[in-house]
Design a binder for this molecule. Structure first.
Ligand SMILES: [Zn+2]
Length: 63
């Protein structure tokens, strides 16, 4: 059963509606880092922020 990794930005940045998916955590991390830079003016993912994002990434099964 194929799964994707999904991250809702709202789990890290309350109020944000951005949702991204990727084949693995690394891909999701790259996408959220780009989004954070563009939309939240976060130039760098700190270790603390990275930890928060990783714990918010959820596996989602594709139907
Ligand atoms: Zn966001």
């Amino acid at each position: 059963m194929p799964t994707v990794k999904e991250l809702r930005c709202a789990d890290v940045m309350p109020g944000c509606t951005f949702v991204t998916t990727g084949a693995n955590d690394d891909e999701v991390m790259r996408k959220i880092a780009q989004h954070a830079k563009e939309k939240h003016n976060i130039r760098e993912m700190t270790p603390d922020l990275t930890k928060k994002v990783k714990s918010a990434i959820k596996a989602k099964q594709l139907a």
